[in-house]
Write a protein that binds this ligand. Structure first.
Ligand code: 4HQ
Length: 254
């Protein structure tokens, strides 16, 4: 898969692309990322990419022509006949990114990610050369660069061969739609808190049951909204009933 990025801060991406899982995916050739400087698509002496907003009000707006030139230059198919990249603008106005959106992005071919700064990008960029607006969450950042890195990291995990057996996408998908269970490693006691007995029992079936129950417990307590879409079997539903009763008992205790 190839991801292209357009930004006025290309230097932000180098350490990210060289490190950890993403770095290894790039090294192995499973992921190709090309970062482009928007200013290379400007045509004035000062390579300016922003201007004052029509209507006033302060702040600056990214001017459309460099973006349109960049997308027209970079947004074609990699080779004649191939599909062009999906052109994605990172913005709080976009569709919220979740794991389903990540999987869809990963399965639809190459990406061209557009990272705005300042108050945002001239609306005519979105209207003419953007396929989709994506948001990583309801908060305001100073630019689309961190969101683009979030997209690259999440999408790269979906590319076959990027996440090794240890990090198992399969195991993740078994617990699809639920929060993770708690994790423990050495030492056995930390601040008086011991590791749950079952995890050192060597009983792998019991450990799997415990992990499933704790995933259900965490999801019920912290993100009950996720349970509606989570793939649950009858045993899970019975367990959730029991956990809900347990939580109620605790609430009514004193
Ligand atoms: N931005 N999810 C770029 C965001 C954002 C988000 C704010 C994007 C500023 C110029 N992008 N503009 N949240 O906060 O994607």
């Amino acid at each position: 898969m190839r991801v292209q990025v357009v930004t006025i801060f290309p230097e932000l991406f180098a350490p990210f692309l060289a490190t950890s899982l993403v770095g290894r995916a790039v090294e192995k050739g499973l992921l190709e990322v090309a970062v482009h400087d928007l200013r290379d698509f400007t045509e004035d002496r000062h390579r300016s990419a922003d201007d004052e907003p029509y209507g006033g009000g302060g702040g600056m707006v990214m001017t459309a022509p460099p973006w349109i030139r960049a997308v027209r230059t970079l947004g074609g198919p990699r080779e004649p006949g191939a599909a062009p990249p999906r052109r994605v603008l990172l913005s709080p106005q976009g569709r919220r990114l979740d794991e389903a959106a990540v999987r869809e992005l990963a399965s639809r071919g190459d990406l061209l990610l557009l990272c705005g700064r300042y108050e945002g990008v001239d609306e005519r960029v979105r209207r003419t050369v953007v396929d989709e607006e994506l948001s990583i969450g309801d908060y305001v950042l100073s630019g689309g660069e961190l969101p683009a890195m979030v997209v690259v990291e999440a999408v790269s995990r979906q590319i076959p061969g990027v996440v090794g057996l240890a990090g198992s996408v399969e195991r993740d998908s078994f617990r699809e739609g639920l929060l993770d269970h708690p994790h423990y490693t050495r030492p056995p006691v930390v601040e008086g808190l011991a590791v749950p007995e079952v995890l050192v029992s060597g009983d792998h079936a019991a450990i799997e049951r415990w992990r499933r129950r704790e995933a259900l417990r965490a999801t019920l307590a912290k993100r009950p909204d996720l349970l509606a879409a989570a793939p649950l079997d009858d045993a899970d539903r019975r367990e959730l009933e029991r956990l809900a009763g347990e939580a109620e008992d605790e609430a009514g205790e004193d």
